[in-house]
Design a protein around this ligand. Structure first.
Ligand code: SF4
Length: 447
């Protein structure tokens, strides 16, 4: 059985080993999505009709749900079969949603601090489609003064012309979903790109001069081995990106791998156990630190001058973020919401100039405090004063029981100014977070 600290983790204990089973590990928000409901949608409309709140930073997330292939570990809603006409309908829906939002009083006169293109695969779009999208978005809300524009890419979709066009269009942070450098492992996990495409794309991205390139890796893909993982880290070091993000492989319900587990009537996922995945991440971090990187979160090592990640840092400090596109997540004035999660209803509602919201949740001040606390804990270090000043909460008092317990288990240390995760704590940061949830949210599924 999993210990109390590890509740909610997709772990199955077998012979003293923490085997990987189905479930979510990564926590991206709070309260859990299963508490968001359609009957709270009207609260978003009400919030958007209030006066703007210029002191709250504002960001924009744009969801591009198209991919060349569906990776076996993917749990996102992605489409691999949409033609150019359907993509155009989608882009028009996104632009209409942007127009509707930009016209609402709550956003009036506000500047976008950051823009993030996620997916799916934003780089699946052609240069013409990207130009159409970027220009249309900026007609509604200017990007003048926007400090960071991040863009997720799949290396096989990045032709040189597209890479240079992205730089021209103002992208400041290019994030490459490499995941693994080994051709057999990429194939085994049904990843669309091939190893040689990584180097071609990376080299062109460097020439194009993006201020920051991030590389995503996953520790524990199907077929991973000790030697191959070490090789992935060495290859990463040769490329020398400003940022390296390492995720631990998890198998959520909505994945091909889980379907295969069900078909084979297996509770165990065909990937490394959690101890091995943590060891791989830890060894990777050590190697990166030796090469001059510093750990900037439980997943990220950075090096050099251009290492800030405003999207993460602003969001984890309670920024407003409008999210446009199918199934996008947004937060405005303390209300969380998510858009329609199916393609046709999303496009149809947006085309009718409706806000295509599926479900929402109005957070209480206490939930907003917990949300920021658990998200900032993922950075590995939390400042007590920040919470005293912003929420009038002494976190050492409020969480004294949890902190004592987690400290005795070796996951963190604390002093009057900071709570700091140890390496062990960093390696399973998401598994620690439910300790700080309100009772009602303790065993909720993140779906
Ligand atoms: S590229 Fe990313 S979004 Fe697309 S199928 Fe693979 S994991 Fe999912």
């Amino acid at each position: 059985m999993a210990s109390d600290t590890e509740r909610n983790l997709p772990i199955l204990e077998v012979d003293g080993k923490q085997k990987t089973t189905v479930g979510n590990y990564f926590i991206s928000n709070y309260p859990p999505y299963s508490f968001w409901t359609a009957d709270q949608r009207h609260l978003v409309e009400t919030q958007l009709d209030t006066d703007p709140s210029p002191e709250t930073p504002l960001g924009l997330y744009v969801h591009i749900p198209f991919c060349r292939k569906r990776c076996d570990f993917c749990y996102f809603k992605v489409y691999t079969d949409k033609n150019a006409e359907q993509i155009r309908r989608y882009l028009d829906a996104v632009l209409e949603e942007m127009r509707q939002l930009a016209a609402r009083p709550y956003l009036r006169g506000r500047k976008l601090e950051f823009v993030y293109f996620g997916g799916g695969t934003p780089s699946y779009l052609s240069v013409d489609q990207l130009q159409y999208l970027f220009e249309g978005l900026q007609e509604s809300l200017s990007w003048e003064g926007t400090r960071e524009i991040s863009f997720e890419c799949e290396p096989g979709t990045l032709q040189e012309k597209k890479i240079f066009a992205l730089r021209e269009m103002g992208i400041t942070r290019l994030s490459l979903g490499i995941e693994n450098f080994n051709p057999e492992i990429l194939e085994l996990n049904n990843r669309a790109h091939r190893a040689k495409e990584i180097f071609r794309a990376y080299e062109a991205a460097q020439r194009a001069g993006f201020p920051q390139i991030n590389i995503d890796l996953i520790a524990g893909m199907v077929g991973e081995t000790d030697d191959n993982w070490r090789d992935c880290i060495e290859q990463t070091l040769k490329l020398a990106p400003e940022s390296v993000t390492i995720y631990q492989m998890e198998i959520p319900y909505n994945t091909t791998i889980y379907q295969q587990m069900k078909d084979g009537k297996s509770l165990l996922a065909p990937v490394a156990d959690w101890d091995t995945k943590r060891l791989w991440v830890s060894e990777g971090f050590d190697r990166l630190i030796d090469a001059g990187y510093v750990l900037s979160s439980a997943y990220t090592a950075t090096k050099g001058e251009n290492t800030s990640f405003l999207y993460r840092d602003a969001l984890w400090r309670g920024a407003d973020m409008i999210g446009i596109g199918v199934s996008s997540i947004a937060h405005v004035g303390g209300i969380h919401y998510q858009n329609e999660h199916k393609f046709d209803p999303y496009v149809e509602r947006a085309a009718k100039s409706e806000l295509p919201i599926w479900r929402a949740y109005a957070t209480t001040p206490d939930e907003r405090f917990i949300r920021e606390f658990i998200l900032q804990l993922k950075l590995g270090r939390v400042e007590c004063d920040y919470f005293r000043q912003k929420f009038d909460v002494d976190i050492l008092d409020r969480f004294s029981q949890q902190l004592t317990k987690l400290e005795s288990e070796g996951f963190l240390t604390h002093d009057p100014q900071h709570i700091t995760l140890t390496r062990d704590g960093l390696l399973q940061a998401d598994g620690l977070l439910p300790n700080f949830f309100l009772e009602a949210h303790q065993d909720a599924r993140y779906a």
